[in-house]
Design a binder for this molecule. Structure first.
Ligand code: ZN
Ligand code: ZN
Length: 627
């Protein structure tokens, strides 16, 4: 069922590109060798978008070195160099690479494994390599590659090994493809949630607080609380019960749940409380089970759906921490559903419907759904009976079909304790983000001996479902920031209206107006700083506030307001056209990402005349409709 067919077609299409990229890594190595002389060569594979090569060099590289290396590469490419392969015996290889310690290490391993050893010679450069390559550098377009960055990299990724210098390059078959990709990366840079998080004053990370621990600033806290309020209200409307549980628990709980057996690496060291070990929680599940078990439950009470925005702490290596996307303290949008066998499918349908509703409200329109089921051959590796697996997997499929979702089945990818559905979204730039997970669990109900009283009066083990629709609030907010490019729809905007008095004479009027708007639960901010109006307008634009009011004498006398509407409608193009694929991005780019506000019908320079009431109504409607 695994969709491997597509992949093979893609692969054969990319074979030529792969050859180009790999050949360019050799050409780059040759160029670096020409420029630096005493170079020790590491490895130079292809990667997504291009290639890299690792070098040991007499001095550290800077970005300034890249144009020179690139220039030398282009010179080499004009020389129409042939790539010639030769297979050699280990001893010959050792002689050929006598001055290259890293190559010698590889040769040693190849010899030990009795693998064939081959070299590719291109002009004056000779490299241990299995290929394949282009026949001749004629086949490499000179204007469709670019050296992009330098990084440090341990030899073979091991910290104990020497650190080498890595140069990354990007390469495509045409100049246009390269340009499009570069433009997209530039756009991604502008949307980087770490950059926007700072500019929009949303969150910070402080070394003294600790890596991977987020401090939400006032504006970020508003954004996050709006997200929380929306989902929690919706969950409760759909029959979830809100619970709240502590951040730490005794070792007893995590022994019973099995986390100390199979999740210990993700947990922090224990603390001693009255001679007993306590851990900060890595997951909320065992707490919810305890709440379920405070009383006995009859089948009539099921399903029970507990939800919590539960903050958990998980160990992540410092190297992988990344803004809000990868953190050590995270608040999970968690829920556990406990139900009977008969209710399972309906519950799954409900969760999937809810997921769609929630993600669409946040402006995501394109999804990728992956159903991970048990492998056929290695049933022993999984917990749970055949009957349970059958029910669960069939239930998941029925639910997906009911929701009319396209999905991909991955056999053998289920977790050992149950099948799951992962939902990825595509953002406006066509990038994929894994967000929601819906997971069956045959393990915890057994470990905790969970039960309910069946119709026939006997105790029965219920089904349990974990689900996190937003994943963690940290990561989800990070994705949202990038998705909207910081220009949030009105309901999520930390400041909804920015009020700018032209002079001191207008302060009082503005404050009163701000007060009126606040009384309507609209987040209005009045800028009473002593800066010029132009500066304040730019500030409001930079903060991506959806509405701006500039108030002077004329405006004070007038019955209506001159409302400036955030120009970049385009920052939220999903509303109209769904997620953009990267190719359409470049076409629409001029329109979508122009910094000039588009002139809309009925608007002059993005300013619209509205009565106070009409303006308030418009904003309230946007907030209510979550737009
Ligand atoms: Zn090669
Ligand atoms: Zn759970």
């Amino acid at each position: 069922m695994k969709q491997s067919n597509n992949r093979t077609i893609e692969q054969s299409n990319n074979e030529n590109l792969e050859k180009i990229r790999h050949s360019l890594s050799h050409i780059m190595a040759q160029a670096v060798g020409d420029i630096f002389k005493d170079v020790k060569f590491g490895i130079g594979p292809t990667i997504e978008d291009g290639f890299y090569y690792d070098f040991e060099l007499p001095r550290p590289l800077t970005d300034k070195d890249l144009p020179e290396i690139e220039k030398r590469m282009k010179q080499l490419l004009t020389q129409k160099i042939e790539f010639k392969k030769s297979e050699v015996k280990p001893n010959e290889a050792r002689i050929r690479s006598v001055r290259q310690p890293y190559k010698l290490e590889l040769i040693g391993e190849l010899a030990k494994e009795k693998e064939p050893i081959s070299y590719y010679t291109s002009g004056s450069f000779d490299d241990l390599c299995g290929g394949p390559h282009v026949n001749n550098t004629k086949e490499i377009p000179k204007d469709s590659f670019k050296l992009t960055r330098i990084a440090g990299a341990y030899w073979r990724g091991k910290e104990k090994n020497p650190q080498l210098q890595r140069i990354y390059g990007m390469a495509f078959e045409t100049k246009r493809e390269l340009e499009n990709r570069l433009k997209m990366l530039e756009e991604a840079k502008n949307r980087d949630h770490r950059k926007l998080g700072q500019e929009l004053e949303l969150f910070m990370i402080d070394e003294e607080v600790g890596a991977g621990l987020i401090l939400w600033l006032p504006k970020g806290a508003i954004l996050r609380r709006e997200i929380e309020n929306f989902v929690l209200e919706e969950y409760q409307r759909r029959g979830y019960q809100l619970v709240i549980t502590p951040h730490i628990a005794s070792q007893k709980l995590f022994s019973k749940s099995g986390h100390l057996d199979f999740y210990k690496d993700g947990m922090y060291s224990p603390m001693d409380i009255d001679g007993e070990n306590y851990y900060v929680k890595p997951m909320n599940c065992p707490f919810h089970i305890k709440i379920y078990q405070q009383a006995s439950h009859s089948y009539r009470e099921l399903p029970i759906r507990y939800t919590e925005l539960g903050t958990v702490y998980r160990y992540e290596k410092s190297g992988v921490l990344h803004g809000l996307l990868r953190v050590r303290g995270l608040t999970q949008d968690d829920a556990h559903i406990i139900c009977t066998e008969e209710q399972l499918t309906d519950e799954l349908v409900g969760v999937i419907d809810l997921t769609k509703y929630i993600l669409e409200t946040f402006g995501f329109k394109k999804f990728k759904v992956i159903l991970s089921v048990r492998g056929k051959d290695n049933k022993k590796n999984y917990l749970g009976s055949d009957q349970e697996w059958k029910l669960a997997e069939e239930g998941l499929i029925k639910a997906l079909k009911a929701g009319k979702w396209d999905y991909q089945v991955e056999e053998g990818e289920a977790v050992f304790y149950g099948p799951k559905i992962d939902i990825k979204v595509l953002d406006v730039m066509g990038r994929e983000w894994q967000i929601s997970t819906i997971q069956l669990d045959f393990n915890l109900p057994k470990r905790f001996n969970m039960n309910y009283i069946h119709k026939n009066g006997n105790k029965k083990k219920p089904f349990m479902l974990h689900r996190a629709l937003l994943g963690s609030l940290e990561r989800f907010t990070g994705i949202l920031i990038e998705h909207y490019g910081g220009a949030f729809p009105t309901w999520l905007s930390p400041i909804q209206i920015y009020i700018i008095p032209v002079g001191k004479a207008h302060f009082k009027f503005c404050e009163e107006l701000g007060g009126k708007l606040k009384a309507e639960n609209i987040r209005a901010e009045v800028d009473l700083n002593r800066e010029t109006v132009g500066y304040k307008i730019r500030k409001s634009e930079k903060m991506k506030v959806p509405y701006m009011l500039v108030i002077g004498d004329k405006e004070m006398k007038s019955k209506s307001l001159n409302v400036r509407i955030r120009g970049q409608k385009a920052v939220n193009p999903v509303r109209k056209s769904g997620a953009l694929d990267p190719t359409s991005l470049s076409k629409k780019r001029g329109k979508l990402y122009s910094s000039q506000p588009p002139q809309e019908a009925g608007l002059s320079n993005g300013v619209k005349k509205m009565t106070q009431k009409a303006f308030v109504d418009r904003i309230k409607k946007e907030i209510d409709n979550r737009r």
